[in-house]
Design a binder for this molecule. Structure first.
Ligand code: GLC
Length: 533
């Protein structure tokens, strides 16, 4: 592995469109670092690790939800969108983190959840206490049930977390009552975005955080919010976890674009701020609609996070992601994993091969034009933990699937920072999910000074990407390469080669800038990638 010294001045991060080629680091706060010993990560923990994030070289943080929440879905069930939960340190901890991150020239983006609230939100409590047809109920999606006694759900929609997407309430007078819609858990009632009060309240939330100084938002379920008129039945009931079947009536309804235009108007009052949508939409034309100039700045494209480690599949995913945004002139985004999907080391087969492939893929990803999202722990090469004890599992999917699907806890195991034993400095208490003892070999402390570690590879790659002029240009050109491999060139001159074949391959001419594995007799080994200039 070689790293060439920096040749250029650092990229200007004060630029208004700083996000166009930024490396975002996704913090799942429960699992990142615990500063108060309760076993759950918090904002004080993030603050203590800002030096680490600066060393890693990322430009911006995306912090998963930290607003007030009963935590039925790890904070994606928000009871007060304009306050920080005491579990994470309250508002004071947030303000302190924001100030210190900015002092280190790190941008901070927050996760907002517009599609639903918590059942504990005062609006939902008021809706339960009010009568059918009341203005309180009209902020959510309440309907009478079907069948003679109204005891069947209003339609056949399933929840993403299994079971029906409707729950029946008991009316204040004790009689069985109306049903409310929840595309996710029953603790997450869907808001009615046709109600102007809902729109106004979200605008207030946007301004509240922007006025406090945040640099933008990741918008949860950004293809949700709008529901189809009449809430028609689904033709076929799918049980997929994160749905992106373009015929699914629950998501991607045309009305969602007006909502995004409203949101964008507010965000445009703060010209440095970015909006990033979680958009699980497969069709490229429909995906591109979300990033038209008056809607979201960026939308997550999950192709790479869903792609197996083969040259054809990876090339197809790249072409597809570029094609989705090109017609509307938007910036492509790249992500290998997040808090909802299996970690890439495991997805690529686990063990040494899985790790080698994950290392190769981060070089490939950082070589692409656009913005890159790194999920905390990916830089350590953490695998999924698929054998967590059943009584530790917390993802609502576990209970709602009748304990047949473990859900997403396996990718949310806390970060090993230091020492030889769990909880590896993550907490001084007992970590909310157990950390495997073998992660001693993957801890930050173990990897930091080791130039061959995955952490060092990330550091070198992120640094080179930010400094070298060869990474310039919004396009890529494909290069000829041996079967089972791929190679592309950036207009600035960077060449990236991926060897997904079973044999070592010769490298094209050029100076080797960085490789994810040591060359063998000048050849790039299988499951590896290299950068040349
Ligand atoms: C998004 C989040 C996921 C959450 C869901 C419901 O998909 O990424 O973690 O469970 O929305 O808010």
């Amino acid at each position: 592995m070689t790293a060439t010294p920096a040749a250029q001045a650092p990229a200007d991060r004060s630029d208004r469109e700083w996000w166009r080629s930024a490396v975002f680091y996704q913090v799942y706060p429960r699992s990142f670092a615990d500063s108060d010993g309760d076993g759950i990560g918090d904002l004080g923990g993030v603050r203590e690790k800002l030096g680490y994030l600066e060393l890693l070289g990322v430009d911006a943080l995306w912090i998963c939800p930290v607003m007030r929440s009963p935590m039925a879905d790890g904070g994606y069930d928000v009871a007060d969108p304009r306050d920080i939960d005491a579990l994470f340190g309250g508002m004071a901890a947030f303000d302190q983190l924001l100030a210190e991150a900015h002092a280190r020239r790190l941008k901070v983006t927050m996760d907002l959840v517009p599609n639903h609230t918590s059942r504990e939100h005062p609006w939902f409590q008021a809706a339960l206490a009010a009568a059918p047809g009341s203005p309180e109920r009209a902020r959510y999606i309440f309907r009478d049930g079907r069948g003679p006694n109204g005891d069947e759900p209003p339609n056949n929609w399933p929840s993403i977390f299994r079971g029906p997407a409707w729950t029946r309430i008991t009316e204040p007078d004790g009689t069985p009552g109306q049903w409310y819609l929840h595309l996710f858990a029953p603790e997450q009632p869907d808001l009615n975005w046709e109600n102007p009060e809902v729109v106004a309240d979200f605008e207030q939330t946007l301004r509240f955080w922007l006025d406090r100084g945040v640099d933008g938002f990741r918008i949860d379920v950004a293809h949700g919010m709008a529901k189809p008129p009449g809430l028609p039945d689904m033709e076929s009931v799918s049980t997929k976890m994160l749905i992106h079947d373009d015929t699914d009536p629950r998501f991607n309804n045309p009305g969602v674009h007006d909502i995004h235009r409203r949101i964008r108007k507010v965000i445009d009052e703060y010209p440095h701020a970015v909006s990033i949508g979680e958009v699980w939409v497969d069709d490229n034309t429909r995906f591109g609609e979300y990033v038209r100039p008056d809607e979201l700045h960026l939308a997550f494209n999950f192709r790479l996070a869903e792609t197996p480690f083969t040259a054809d599949a990876v090339r197809h995913a790249i072409d597809n992601s570029l094609a989705a945004v090109a017609p509307v002139g938007a910036v492509p985004t790249w992500t290998l994993s997040n808090h909802d999907v299996e970690r890439e080391v495991t997805r690529y087969g686990g063990g040494a091969a899985g790790l080698a492939r994950a290392r190769a893929m981060i070089l490939l990803e950082l070589a692409l034009p656009g913005s890159v999202f790194v999920y905390n722990g990916a830089e350590l090469g953490l695998p999924n933990v698929d054998d967590l004890p059943e009584d530790a599992l917390q993802d609502p999917v576990w209970e709602r699937s009748g304990r047949t699907e473990r859900g997403r806890d396996g990718c949310r195991v806390p970060i090993p920072w230091e020492s030889e034993w769990p909880p590896f400095g993550f907490t001084v208490g007992e970590s909310w999910l157990p950390i495997p003892p073998e992660w001693a070999a993957l801890s930050v402390e173990t990897q930091l000074e080791d130039v061959g570690s995955t952490l060092s590879l990330y550091r070198m790659a992120i640094e080179l990407r930010g400094l070298r002029p060869e990474f310039a240009g919004p396009r890529i050109e494909w290069y000829g390469s041996p079967a089972g491999c791929l190679a592309f060139r950036r207009p600035g001159g960077l060449v990236c080669v991926l060897n997904a074949s079973a044999a070592p391959i010769p490298l094209p001419p050029g100076e080797l800038l960085l490789a994810s594995a040591s060359l063998t007799s000048g050849h790039l080994p299988p499951d590896a990638a290299a950068w040349l200039v």
